[in-house]
Write a protein that binds this ligand. Structure first.
Ligand SMILES: [Fe+2]
Ligand SMILES: [Fe+2]
Length: 236
């Protein structure tokens, strides 16, 4: 396992080096006259994505890092399509799983330490906790102080009723990013995401509920409530 972890780490570093190489070539060709172009303006803050990506390389394994890049670009693309804030979607996508590679035991301990309230279902199903902890880390560790981004991260695992468009975009990008495979109806949901965010959220929630039921796993109340909400929202 140690070897595998090293491999993941090396692959993450390779990806990081590729980004540096891309930047170096860009600078050679275009010069580096506009360093402000490295920044993304979310509306509530000025964010340098390279700093986020460097930290993510330390905090994530390769598989999660690759998924994260897929989610960030899918979210940015959906935001372009729907006229939402592209920078916010991109940054929220980058950060949505920033706490995912911390052990469940440590995630629970960190939530206690930082007074992040968990419900009983989250404690029984600790794979959900990284959403709340990640929203906290977005500001505390990654210096992204934007409540809309934090809320999109907070809701990305279970979904929620009445989500904002940014929240729906992150919820969907997590499900449809290019690295996702072997999901029923994935092609249809990918198309649906560019037809109606609400319909695609409804179908994603139903897929998730079916997946959990089939495996006798507990379904969080937010997921059930969200499905009822989006099902009735989209009923004719
Ligand atoms: Fe996640
Ligand atoms: Fe994710």
């Amino acid at each position: 396992m140690a070897d595998l972890n090293n491999l993941f780490k090396n692959e993450s570093l390779n990806m990081q080096n590729n980004i540096y190489e891309f930047e170096r070539i860009s600078e050679d060709v275009f010069g580096n006259e506009s360093p402000e172009s490295d920044y993304f303006f979310t509306g509530t803050g000025m964010i340098k994505d390279r700093e986020i990506i460097e930290k993510l390389c330390d905090d994530l394994d390769y598989k999660r890092f690759k998924h994260t890049i897929g989610v960030a670009y899918t979210a940015a693309n959906l935001a372009m399509y729907y006229g939402e804030n592209v920078s916010k979607a991109y940054v929220a996508g980058l950060l949505h799983d920033c706490a995912k590679c911390i052990s469940h035991r440590e995630q629970i301990a960190l939530c206690e330490k930082y007074n992040i309230l968990l419900d009983e279902q989250e404690i029984r199903n600790p794979h959900l906790i990284h959403a709340k902890l990640g929203a906290f880390y977005a500001s505390e560790k990654y210096n992204v102080n934007d409540e809309e981004i934090a809320e999109a991260i907070r809701k990305h695992t279970t979904g929620s009723v009445n989500m904002t468009r940014l929240e729906m975009i992150i919820f969907l990008a997590d499900y449809i990013e290019p690295g996702r495979k072997f999901i029923d109806n994935l092609d249809e949901i990918r198309k649906q995401a560019y037809n109606s965010l609400e319909y695609a959220v409804r179908d994603t929630l139903l897929n998730t509920i079916d997946y959990l039921k089939l495996r006798n796993m507990e379904i969080h109340k937010n997921t059930l409530n969200a499905y009822e909400y989006y099902k009735s929202y989209t009923d004719d």
